[in-house]
Design a protein around this ligand. Structure first.
Ligand SMILES: *Cc1c(COP(=O)(O)O)cnc(C)c1O
Length: 385
């Protein structure tokens, strides 16, 4: 096969991310039945590596994989880790925590939706007040990087509060895992999760939970609210048989194996430095074209930028998107209820020079569509540097 036949697209959307060709080609393997020992050995190594990536002690922490996208793990954690008669507290300051609320509603789980503005950090005093007022909260849920806006939530602090009030702390790290370094135990995380197509730069179709083994084993006695997506049942099957309960996405697992190898070859800090370089290059390009950030720079997780639409009658996101897309660059709409925004993300196998190329195309696209450059705004808050 000729690697050069695969066109390289620069994905600036919040996942799936741009992958290397070596990861793409790793999917092309001889057919194998996943019930073979060879496949179980592969799964075992991957499970250990997933714990290692967040610096978990392999005795205390374990990982469970599922065939599905990242939301499946949000679903699995919420439906599986709540004892009977207890409540979930969702720290909600964005679209992904709002999704967790919808999951709780779908299962009719008792929960408290502690809402904060989408463009701000959660107030820890309010989190603590809720925990004090509701001693039946057994699970606190928060999102690490709120991908809808790019805000980095204070996980360690929320986790410390959860533990102070004897609740389990579940964090959605889907858009930080294998990018922003995470120390699972030090950051007070009992369970975190991600999907293979984001930080790991592997293929879509696998997602996983990394969590505290003892707590996971205790959850075996909790009510079973899902059959396919029960965390304990999947864990138990892995422990007994070394594999997923049901058919895994075989070829996708091989791509993940290669992506994990590339993750460790690049190294945690070098990889995070690269994402930071891409993020800085995005900010520099946006500032040069006059674009404004919606979220304060010091609150951003370093991976997602929410950009305000210019106030120009010729601005049309779809047209700019299409112009960039036709030239190999994908930009993505925002997830704010009432503000016109789009997002640019620093995920994937990219580096600074890709971002420089992107801004050449974006600027051309703006001029082609008669949008004034630098872009104009009528007023309002300006968080551009
Ligand atoms: C991407 C993402 C998810 C999962 O989304 P899927 O479309 O199901 O893969 C969940 N949480 C966060 C914070 C994310 O960024």
């Amino acid at each position: 096969m000729d690697n050069k036949t695969i066109k390289r697209n620069i994905l600036l959307n919040p996942g799936p991310a741009t992958t290397t060709d070596t990861v793409k080609y790793a999917q092309v393997v001889p057919d194998i039945c996943p019930r073979e020992k060879e496949f179980a050995d592969l799964m075992k190594r991957i499970r250990d590596d997933l714990v290692r990536i967040v610096h978990g002690d392999s005795q205390k922490y374990t990982s469970v994989l599922f065939c599905g996208s990242g939301t499946l793990c949000m679903d699995a954690c919420l439906n599986s880790l709540l004892p009977a008669g207890k409540k979930i507290l969702v720290v909600n300051n964005g679209a992904y925590s709002a999704r967790a609320v919808e999951i709780c509603e779908s299962y009719h789980l008792p929960f408290l939706d502690l809402r904060f503005p989408m463009d701000a950090l959660p107030d820890l005093a309010e989190v603590e007040a809720m925990l004090r007022r509701h001693p039946d909260i057994a699970l606190v849920y928060a999102t690490h990087n709120e991908t809808g806006t790019g805000i980095l939530n204070p996980i360690r602090e929320i986790g410390a509060l959860a533990h102070k009030y004897h609740a389990v702390f579940v964090v959605d790290t889907t858009s930080t895992y294998a990018m922003r370094p995470i120390q699972i135990e030090e950051e007070n995380i009992d369970f975190c999760m991600a999907s293979a197509q984001k930080g790991l730069m592997a293929m879509t179709g696998i997602s996983f939970v990394v969590g505290n083994r003892k707590l996971l084993e205790e959850s075996g006695n909790f009510p079973k609210r899902s059959y396919y997506c029960n965390l304990y049942m999947q864990y138990e099957y892995f422990e007994k048989h070394g594999e997923m309960h049901f058919t895994p996405p075989v070829q996708t697992v091989y791509a993940m194996k290669q992506a994990i190898k590339e993750y460790f070859d690049e190294g945690e800090s070098a990889k995070w430095d690269r994402h930071k370089r891409v993020f800085e290059a995005l900010h520099a390009g946006l500032a040069r074209l006059g674009f404004q950030n919606l979220i304060r720079r010091e609150w951003q997780a370093g991976l997602v930028i929410t950009v305000k639409y210019p106030e120009d009658e010729n601005w049309d996101f779809e047209k700019i998107h299409d112009y960039c897309y036709e030239r190999g660059f994908t930009i993505y709409p925002g997830k704010m209820n009432n503000a016109g925004t789009f997002r640019l993300c620093a995920l994937g196998a990219l580096d600074e020079n890709d971002i420089v190329s992107f801004f050449r195309v974006l600027e051309e696209g703006l001029r082609e569509n008669k949008v004034t450059v630098p872009v104009i705004y009528g007023g309002g808050t300006n968080h551009a540097e």
